[in-house]
Write a protein of this length. Structure first.
Length: 487
């Protein structure tokens, strides 16, 4: 409508605003979208917001005088300073864990050792040619087989849990644990030979415990396992002061073993809800024509099984060193100390990852991050070695008939602790191949030294463990000193 028509029709004439009073529409839009535009990291984010608000390119050209939404987004991005919102509180740390729970897990790992105290009469007999008590070779063979098998089985079950498939993890344990029990029993039977039924029976119970307790630990049932081991712990503590009669010791052994086996079976066996859930998921997948779900590779668990074998050999050599040094069946402080130290070791693994995460946030250069990582590694190792030293001295003082911790033996134990802790650290980051190679090489070197009857075995062990500890520590610094390893 023209101005003349406005006057004739009675509509007052609009006056044009002076230039000094006009505002840029782009500035007005920038003020309206200030919070979003200031936090955007690229103009395309702003363009997506404009298009979602219904601004077409024609309206943008008419109202703002630019070509399209991308051009308008670039104008808004250039005119607004960057302001990224800070988090409301301190950054979350997923690697914080309570120390008490880890210490209790260490005690839980050590409690089965009372079974060897109660079962000592079953294994009594003449010493073999190596100076070891009768039945020791049988138990060692079964234990090594069980450690290796259950380490690989636990990795596969954890892989299923990582995929969010708890029923599949249970099925894995339900089929894999009995197979490991049978394999460990057969290996013990082959080593013992005919005429040693008590030793084979004890080794079979050992294999049964390893499989059932492994299932409970994987499914997070530590408290149930601790309760099942109660009779064994009480009997073991009493027998340290005064040996129990054979029938009473056997009854305590069978009570705890039966409880652990039944609880492990109930935990691993899929319940009615799991079966119904599996059927429902399968039917929905068939109707929708969806592809099969991802499955963890079977061979991916093999390095973890070999790692368990290598570390098991190293720990058993530490126990054998105590026995050959004059300890009794009760006197293996090195093995007990290493087992108890797994509690602090687990807590320190989480502590290292927490400090590495803090270094990622606070380091400005790769060199600064590498330095912070090395300092965190040194600090955690120092704390772990202090805990292992205290446990070694305490178990030596408390166990009757245990050999004293001489200089080379104690130093070798500490170096072995470095090997085990750094190996577990690498394994937690998925770098299991390097840790497996170092641990297996150390176990092979120790085996060859014993086979060749090398003099001063504790000094040989110290050299082997020191070399392995140095190699594995260098591997940790190289692998974990990179920020990409902590994603």
């Amino acid at each position: 409508m023209t101005d003349e028509n406005r006057v004739l029709s009675g509509i007052p004439r609009q006056r044009n605003r002076p230039g000094w009073a006009r505002t840029d529409p782009i500035d007005e839009l920038a003020r309206e979208l200030d919070e979003f535009v200031a936090a955007a990291v690229h103009p395309d984010e702003i363009a997506a917001l404009l298009e979602s608000d219904g601004l077409s390119d024609d309206r943008i050209r008419e109202r703002y005088g630019v070509e399209d939404s991308f051009a308008l987004a670039e104008r808004l991005y250039d005119r607004t300073p960057r302001r990224h919102p800070e988090p409301a509180g301190p950054p979350a740390d997923p690697w914080r864990i309570g120390l008490l729970g880890c210490l209790l897990r260490g005690v839980l790992f050590a409690l089965p050792g009372f079974a060897y105290v109660l079962g000592a009469p079953l294994l009594a007999g003449p010493h073999d040619t190596g100076g070891l008590p009768a039945g020791t070779r049988t138990l060692l063979a079964g234990a090594l087989c069980g450690w290796a098998w259950n380490q690989g089985l636990a990795h596969r079950a954890y892989s299923w849990l990582g995929l969010g498939d708890r029923p599949a993890a249970r099925r894995c344990l339900l089929t894999g644990a009995p197979a490991g029990m049978l394999l460990g029993t057969l290996v013990a039977l082959a080593v013992a030979g005919p005429g040693h039924p008590a030793q084979v029976a004890f080794a079979a119970g050992q294999s049964c415990y390893l499989g059932a307790s492994g299932a409970l630990l994987v499914m997070g049932r530590e408290r149930i396992l601790l309760a099942a081991l109660g009779p064994l712990a009480v009997g073991g503590l009493v027998s340290l002061a005064r040996p129990l009669p054979g029938p009473a010791a056997l009854a305590l052994l069978l009570t705890s073993l039966t409880a652990v086996a039944v609880l492990g079976l109930l935990e691993a066996a899929p319940g009615i809800r799991d079966v119904k859930k599996i059927r429902d998921v399968k039917r929905r997948g068939e109707r929708a024509g969806t592809p099969a779900r991802a499955r963890p590779a079977l061979l991916a668990s093999l390095p973890y099984a070999v790692f368990g074998l290598g570390t098991g050999v190293l720990v058993l050599y530490a126990a054998l060193g105590d026995l050959l040094a004059g300890g009794t069946g009760h006197g293996v402080p090195s093995a007990v100390a290493l087992t108890l130290s797994m509690g602090p070791a687990e807590w320190l693994l989480y502590r290292f990852r927490s400090r590495a995460l803090a270094a990622l946030r606070g380091s400005g250069t790769p060199r600064a991050f590498r330095r912070a990582t090395v300092l965190a590694l040194a600090g955690c190792l120092a704390v772990y070695l202090a805990a292992l030293l205290a446990l070694a001295l305490a178990t030596t003082a408390l166990q009757p008939g245990a050999p004293g911790q001489a200089g080379p033996r104690l130093a070798g134990l500490l170096m072995l602790g470095v090997v085990l802790w750094t190996g577990l650290l690498l394994q937690s980051f998925g770098a299991v191949l390097g840790a497996t190679a170092v641990c297996c090489a150390a176990a092979l070197a120790q085996t060859l030294a014993l086979a060749l009857h090398a003099g001063r075995p504790h000094l040989v062990a110290l050299v082997v463990y020191t070399a392995a500890a140095a190699a594995q520590s260098a591997l940790v610094c190289h692998r974990l000193g990179r920020a990409t390893a902590h994603r």
